[in-house]
Design a protein around this ligand. Sequence first.
Ligand code: FEO
Length: 175
Amino acid sequence: MLKKRVEEVLNEQLNREFYSAYLYLSMSAYFDSIDLEGFAHYMKVQYQEEMAHAIRIFNYVSNVGGRVTLKAVEQPKGTWKDVIEVFEETHKHECFITNSINEVLTVAHEEHDYATINMLQWFIGEQVEEEATVLKILNQLRMIEGKGPGLFMLDREMGQRISNVNLENPEQTTN
Ligand code: FEO
């Protein structure tokens, strides 16, 4: 049985993962609007990944006898100054999510909830990877000042991202 305090922070994290999905889908729409199709594709895959993160938590809460509570998802921003600003905000958002996962982990430790601690280990590793990936893209964008032929080439590269998201079995999502 899941303790109420842990259930509450997991439901809050679930909402933050849905918000992340919504934010990245909004960024995808923005990239479509400025004809950066590769970046639009990249963000659509990121949206799918965030949905898989949400369903992982959803399934876990149900599996350990907790109660999933779906809260309203905040409206994301819809427009940005340029591609660099999008990735600055993505990086900031992923750092926020890392802190949020750490807070959930702290509560799980305080409640001696070893199953939740174990489940969260995957998210800890995932956040290291997500922050590093986004920072690399941001640094590359800064190198090319977010414009010109460099941006065109990076857009092509971003379009190559493959989605391995499986919402039926989110644990099998590998990218
Ligand atoms: Fe689910 Fe990008 O953190």
